[in-house]
Design a protein around this ligand. Structure first.
Ligand SMILES: [Zn+2]
Length: 229
């Protein structure tokens, strides 16, 4: 499939944030993104591999698709969760329940919502290309955390392959300023936060990709994605 590069964003340190779009128009966009937390290299790796497969295949569903390989490019280079202002981008989005209070320093939401250039870039892109489903790759305790009314089916689909627990955020802990809160509120979008496992002695990046590639490729070729209702 053919992708072209969208206008880049700029990080706090002035690095380019890359984004790519499939050459296909439509009102409902599928976003695949990673590196919101810069130290979560597992998610970045999965999306890198998935994107290189997408470029080579013609089997994937033909839907308007946008890829943001690494949103927090400064944090990725520095190996830090937060951006170069020390702010957690997944607590800085202007959700209704945004708060300036943080349980721990690593969840620092910033002084005001949407203060960070990386998130400003993301929101600008959402405004231009409205999201219908966002899959954001992170790493932590493996799970498929879904938000938004039509999202669970995507999580269930992937869980059949990787056996990760499917978690609804509705009854869980609120995460003010996260994409999972903000996306459904502002854009009525589904947000699937894909938590990959973290590298361990027994599992490297390649093994983490291997336990996920079949399911992710199948999902992207599926009728679920083709119809994205
Ligand atoms: Zn994360």
């Amino acid at each position: 499939m053919n992708f072209f590069e969208l206008k880049t964003g700029l990080s706090v340190e002035g690095s380019e944030i890359k984004a790519y779009k499939l050459d296909l128009k439509g009102p409902k966009h599928l976003y695949l993104m990673a590196g919101v937390h810069g130290d979560e290299v597992e998610g970045v790796y999965i999306l890198k591999e998935l994107f290189s497969w997408l470029r080579q295949t013609d089997e994937a569903a033909q839907v308007p698709l946008i890829i943001i390989p690494i949103l927090n490019i400064d944090g990725y280079r520095a190996g830090s969760r937060t951006n170069s202002h020390g702010i957690d981008l997944n607590r800085n989005l202007p959700s209704l329940n945004w708060t300036s209070e943080a349980r721990e320093k690593k969840y620092n939401p910033g002084v005001t919502p949407l203060s960070e250039p990386e998130n400003q870039y993301l929101v600008k892109m959402f405004d231009k290309y409205p999201p219908h489903l966002v899959i954001s790759f992170h790493s932590w305790i493996p799970m498929l955390n879904w938000n938004g009314k039509n999202c669970q089916k995507y999580a269930d689909y992937l869980a059949r392959y990787n056996n990760y627990p499917v978690i609804a955020d509705i009854d869980g802990h609120p995460t003010p300023g996260s994409l999972g809160e903000f996306g459904p509120q502002k854009y009525n979008t589904s947000v699937l936060t894909f938590e990959a496992p973290v590298i361990s002695d027994t599992k490297g990046l390649k093994e983490i990709w291997d336990e996920n590639q079949t399911g992710l490729k199948a999902l992207l070729c599926s009728k679920l994605i083709q119809s994205m209702d």
